[in-house]
Design a protein around this ligand. Structure first.
Ligand code: AMP
Length: 532
């Protein structure tokens, strides 16, 4: 049995496909469908994961990690608890391990083969880090899948494939926002374009409400300063989030705030909440509009469906604004579970592709033809951000004498939006100086949405060196560079000097850990007792 895991910024969720072919979300130890992606380090070898961790964080925030997904793939982020060091990957692994363990207890079956979802905007480094988080947790990661594609697949289950359809997926979760246009052609899913803001999500709405609550308290007790009290502030976070969620189904709610023996009744209406956060929603709509515009430039004139994903889309204002913007009534179907369900369906597809159709048909109680169609289902992904190499500007005279000071720029060999797997074939570059002994091949990834050749608008993703070039090569000697990127985003770079066939080939574990690190982390994570 294979599982789909939505490893979210604030909440995570796990699902599998039952014998009738329906994706089923598995409840955690507390009987809930989603588990907070929070880890609390109780002791050297014991951690709490989920709601218990979130609650414990109120009393000792220094011993807890939340929103770790925002740091996935970053080598410069590390946490230390009780003298042990943790990477974002190993923190995520602890969440994954708890999800798997709770599922094993509930279903009485081992959890091993999984598909884990990632935001469509995740670059290669973050995808690789996510895959490794799964490995550190002791799981066999069949694939990582873009969240909007998973959401689209989960909808497909209810709307059987019929011709070409275009979907716009609007995903507003606890910590991130993404919007993606997907083309479904029969059983194939293809990302047309995607954009988002990785630092915009429910937590920003909570922060506005928290400020409102603090101000309401201060109006009545101007001389008290509850904002300096850690417990009061942490409690305010919970109340703010509760208010926000309650106002999705009520028009007005209140909370009692208590501090230093004083109590204040703070009332908030849905309308006031929408005013306090209007600019946040506007930001998501602007990005959605631009994404729809880019899709239009690629020939997508209308959306057959607008799919809502993420807990925040339960706010009525989201669907209302989207309908005005796009003229399509959004589909609302348990937005916080859709991604895990789609991932479970995709995990089955991946398994079917590895096994034989007869066996899959048998196991699922579906016809052989259905199983065959599942095997042929393809999910195409695109390069989220452009990848290229840094080259020297030949028009700068310094390039031939003092290359370190010459102008350099980035040539994107794989522009954003290239469908994976992609192979550039050999692209011709040239040596900058006479007698060059070798060449540094630096791979750079575009930072923002806009493609730019300026080095400052790109990030170094990795490098290799083509060594031992034959002596006395004149400047301008051709060097061919080929980029190959697989569907899971693993980049293979090949550089060759064709005349001598001197070459270098390297795979980029961009941002990820090396094998030994993964093994070490796996042992370290396995040592922890995990409670929930
Ligand atoms: P997700 O990351 O998809 O699990 O979404 C989590 C975010 O959705 C958190 O910020 C929650 O506060 C928010 N959320 C969950 N339920 C609701 C609701 N009914 N109304 C508004 N926001 C909600």
């Amino acid at each position: 049995m294979a599982f789909g895991i939505d490893l979210g910024t604030t909440n995570s969720c796990i699902a599998y496909v039952d014998d009738a072919g329906r994706p089923v979300v598995v409840r955690n130890a507390l009987g809930e469908y989603t588990t907070p992606s929070a880890v609390y380090f109780e002791g050297r070898d014991s951690v709490l994961v989920g709601a218990a961790a979130r609650n414990a964080a109120l009393l000792a925030p220094d011993l807890a990690v939340q929103l770790v997904k925002r740091h996935m793939g970053r080598k410069d982020v590390e946490y230390t608890f009780h003298g042990r060091r943790y990477t974002p990957e190993s923190i995520s692994a602890l969440v994954l391990r708890e999800l798997a363990a709770a599922t094993e207890r509930r279903l009485g079956r081992p959890v091993r083969d999984v598909v884990i979802t990632v935001p469509a905007s995740f670059g290669v480094a973050e995808r690789q880090a996510t895959r490794q988080a799964g490995e550190i947790a002791g799981l066999n990661v069949l694939d990582v899948l873009a969240e909007p594609v998973a959401a689209a697949l989960s909808g497909q289950e209810r709307h059987p494939a019929r011709g070409v359809r275009h979907l716009l997926v609007y995903d507003l979760g606890g910590g991130t926002f993404d919007t993606t246009v997907i083309r479904m052609d029969g059983d194939d899913a293809h990302v047309v374009c995607t954009d988002g803001d990785r630092r915009l999500g429910g937590a920003d709405w909570d922060a506005r409400i928290r400020t409102f609550l603090l101000e309401t308290f201060a109006e009545q007790h101007p001389r008290l300063d509850p904002g300096a009290d850690e417990r009061f502030v942490q409690d305010l976070w919970i109340k703010a989030e509760q208010l926000k969620e309650e106002l999705s189904s009520s028009l007005t709610r209140h909370k009692n705030l208590r501090f230093a023996g004083k109590a204040v009744r703070a009332e908030l209406t849905r309308q006031r909440l929408e005013e306090l956060t209007a600019d946040l929603l506007d930001r998501t709509m602007k990005i959605t509009e631009e994404t729809a515009e880019r899709a239009r430039a690629q020939g997508v004139t209308a959306f057959d469906e607008v799919v809502l994903v993420g807990g925040m889309t339960r706010m009525p204002a989201v669907a209302a604004r989207l309908e005005r913007l796009l003229g399509t009534t959004p589909r609302h179907h348990e937005p916080d579970l859709a991604v895990a369900r789609g991932a479970a369906l995709f995990a089955l597809v991946r398994q079917a592709q590895q096994g034989d159709a007869e066996d899959v048909a048998d196991r699922l109680g579906i016809s052989r033809a259905q199983a065959e169609s599942m095997r042929s289902r393809r999910v195409t992904t695109v390069v989220p951000r452009g990848f290229g190499v840094k080259v020297l500007d030949h028009n700068d005279p310094l390039a031939h004498t003092d290359p370190l000071r010459a102008r350099a720029y980035v040539v994107h060999l794989l522009p954003a939006g290239t469908v994976l797997p992609a192979d550039t074939g050999p692209v011709a570059f040239a040596t900058a100086m006479d007698n060059q002994p070798g060449i540094d091949v630096e791979v750079w990834e575009q930072n923002g949405r806009e493609s730019s050749e300026e080095v400052a608008d790109n990030t170094l993703a990795g490098r290799g060196r083509l060594r031992d070039l034959p002596p006395r090569l004149p400047r301008g000697t051709p060097i061919h560079i080929t980029f190959h990127m697989g569907e899971t985003g693993l980049l293979t770079v090949h550089a060759v000097e064709p005349a001598s066939a001197r070459q270098v080939r390297f795979d980029l574990q961009i941002g990820g850990l090396d094998r030994a690190d993964v093994e070490r982390a796996r042992t370290a994570v396995a040592r922890h007792d995990i409670g929930s």
